[in-house]
Design a binder for this molecule. Structure first.
Ligand SMILES: [Mg+2]
Length: 244
C-alpha cells in the first residue's frame, strides 16, 4: 500500500487551525489503510504535544504517525548516548529525560539549537560558541530561511543557525527537512520505501528533496490545487475525493 508522508504547517494546518478538508483527508487515508506519517520541522513544542494538538482539533485519534524536528533531535540524542548539552531555543520541546542542559561549555557533549523564536537567551550564546570551539557536535532542527503558516510567510530558525555557523566557522548538522535523514525516519516509521510513497509539502525545497529521494511528490499550494493533484495521483485513488 502506498505510504503518505505529509507536511503539517501550510498544508494541513493553516493560520493556526485545520486547513480546508485537512481532517477529512487524514481520516480518509486512515480509513483506506494508507500508512501515513506527518513530518514537520516544528521544534516549538514536543512531538507528543503537536500530535495532541491535532487530535484536539478534530484529526483522527489514531491510525497515523507524527514525527517532528523536536522528536528527531530527542531520538538522535538518545541514539548517540548524549547526556549533557548546551542549548539555544526552547529545549523543553526536544529534551529527552536522559539529557540535561548545562551552561558550562566544558561539560557539554553537544550543542543543540531548537526554536529560537519561541525562546532565545542571549546569555547562552557565549557558552554555546565556546562548546562549539571545543569541537562538540553542532545539531539543529533546521536552517530554513522562512516558513509559511499557509497565510503568511515568517522568518524561520535559519536566521539564528546561519549566524551561529558564521561565528563557529562550521556548519550545523541538520536533523529536520529537507535533509534525507528526516524523510528516511518517516519512511521507517511506516515501513515504506520512497518509491512506494507520496510526499506532500507547501515548501518547494522540501518537495525537491522528496523527489530526489524517489517519492512521488505533491507541492501543496491551495486546497483546490491539492484536490486536483490527488485526483491525478493513481496511488491515492481511494483518497482522492476528500479535499474540498
Ligand atoms: Mg510547510
Amino acid at each position: 500500500m502506498t505510504g503518505v508522508v505529509c507536511d503539517i504547517d501550510g498544508v494541513l494546518w493553516i493560520g493556526g487551525q485545520p486547513g480546508v478538508g485537512a481532517r477529512e483527508f487524514i481520516a480518509d487515508l486512515v480509513r483506506g489503510g494508507y500508512p501515513c506519517v506527518l513530518l514537520t520541522n516544528d521544534c516549538s513544542v514536543s512531538q507528543s504535544a503537536r500530535r495532541e494538538e491535532l487530535i484536539a482539533a478534530g484529526f483522527p485519534a489514531g491510525g497515523w504517525e507524527l514525527i517532528s524536528a523536536s522528536g528527531l533531535i530527542a531520538d538522535h540524542l538518545v541514539a548517540q548516548n548524549v547526556r549533557t548539552i548546551c542549548a539555544l531555543g526552547y529545549a523543553e520541546a526536544f529534551l529527552p529525560s536522559s539529557v540535561s542542559v548545562t551552561t558550562d561549555p566544558e561539560a557539554a557533549e553537544a550543542v543543540v539549537v531548537g526554536d529560537c523564536f519561541r525562546s532565545f537567551d542571549v546569555g547562552a550564546v557565549g557558552p554555546v560558541l565556546s562548546a562549539l570551539e571545543r569541537g562538540v557536535p553542532f545539531l539543529a532542527a533546521q536552517r530554513n530561511a522562512t516558513w509559511s503558516d499557509g497565510l503568511h510567510t515568517h522568518p524561520d530558525n535559519g536566521f539564528f543557525i546561519a549566524g551561529l555557523e558564521y561565528c563557529a566557522g562550521r556548519p550545523a548538522t541538520i536533523l529536520g527537512k529537507p535533509e534525507p535523514a528526516a524523510y528516511h525516519a518517516a519512511l521507517r516509521r511506516i515501513g515504506c520505501s520512497a518509491d512506494d510513497a507520496v510526499f506532500i509539502s507547501d515548501s518547494e525545497s522540501e518537495v525537491a528533496a522528496g523527489a530526489e529521494l524517489g517519492f512521488d511528490t505533491i507541492h501543496f499550494t491551495t486546497p483546490r490545487h491539492f484536490s486536483d493533484a490527488l485526483a491525478r495521483a493513481e496511488t491515492l485513488r481511494e483518497a482522492q475525493c476528500c479535499v474540498a
